[in-house]
Ligand binder design. Structure first.
Ligand code: G1P
Length: 287
């Protein structure tokens, strides 16, 4: 079984739901308390043993590259002033640990992943959708990599949502269940509520075999006229093992404003330096 060494982060999206905040900065740079969303995803990847981060970017996303670079002037000034630089430690991705590739047209998530095919090469890889903020210990990808070591093949993280929300997501047809692992018998992208096979949705973390790139190569369009990753994965069911992992932790949909605020509040209430003050304020505000 080949180890999971590489992760793809599709970050080319325009982030129109957060305008005007995202006019000049990528949505992935919006902070949850004091760390940008993309940093949480990279930290989650590192915790799972992943070494190379592949960002599929687009125009206007250079802040992400700057974030993971060495900020020479900042570091020099801070060290001259005797400031602690450890806070910057997780932001430094060395040249062997990151790669950037552009998705030139918004043709869909499947297309974004396919843009990384040459860097991924012939090995299994992880995918992170940074909007989906998965918060737990161990992290979601670590839980998935542990499951991968048991069953191999392809894995996706899933969670239950109220039935009326399934049309916003990829949905699985569940098979046999064994603890947090569920066999995936089918996958459909953004089904109508009445046609959805379950209320278990694909929640933004994937471990896939490289063969998925061969399917994506055909560039077939699916839901919304986009090249869908879900459709490519659906084709692999039956030819390769496919499991879903139910994440033991909390998930915040940071692609929505309410989810983003919830994530900020939840993380703030866990931070020893601000928790007490935030809690007192929240209680006061709600009364
Ligand atoms: C994408 C995927 C979908 C998944 C969702 C999770 O959809 O296509 O299968 O359930 O992310 O957030 P999008 O949110 O890009 O429409």
């Amino acid at each position: 079984m080949k180890p999971i060494r590489k992760a793809v982060f599709p970050v080319a999206g325009l982030g129109t739901r957060f305008l005007p905040a995202t006019k000049a900065i990528p949505k992935e740079m919006l902070p949850v308390v004091d760390r940008p969303l993309i940093q949480y995803a990279v930290d989650e990847a590192r915790e799972a043993g992943i070494e190379q981060m592949i960002f599929v970017t687009g125009r206007g996303k250079s802040a992400i590259e700057d974030h993971f670079d060495i900020a020479f002037e900042l570091e020099k000034t801070m060290s001259e002033r005797g400031k602690d630089l450890s806070v910057l430690e997780p932001t430094r991705l060395g040249p062997g640990n990151c790669a950037y590739v552009r998705q030139q047209e918004p043709l869909g998530l499947g297309h974004a992943i396919w843009c990384a095919r040459d860097i991924v090469g012939d090995e299994p890889f992880a995918i992170f959708l940074p909007d989906e903020f998965m918060h737990g210990t161990p992290g979601c990808m670590k839980q998935m990599v542990d499951a991968y070591h048991k069953v191999g093949g392809n894995l996706i993280s899933v969670l239950e949502v109220p039935h009326e929300q399934v049309s916003s997501y990829g949905v699985i047809t569940p098979g046999a269940q064994d603890g947090p692992l569920t066999e995936v018998r089918g996958l459909v992208e953004k089904p109508k509520v009445a046609e959805a096979p379950s209320n278990l949705i694909v929640s933004g973390r994937y471990i896939l075999q490289p063969e998925v790139m061969r399917v994506l190569e055909r560039q077939e369009k699916g839901a919304g006229g986009e090249i869908q990753l879900t459709d490519a994965m659906a084709e692999m069911i039956g030819t390769q093992s496919f499991h879903a992992v139910t994440f033991d932790g909390a998930r915040y949909d940071c692609g929505s404003k309410a989810g983003y605020i919830q994530a900020n509040l939840a993380v703030a209430l866990e931070r020893p330096d601000i928790a007490e003050e935030v809690r007192a304020f929240a209680i006061d505000l709600l009364q």
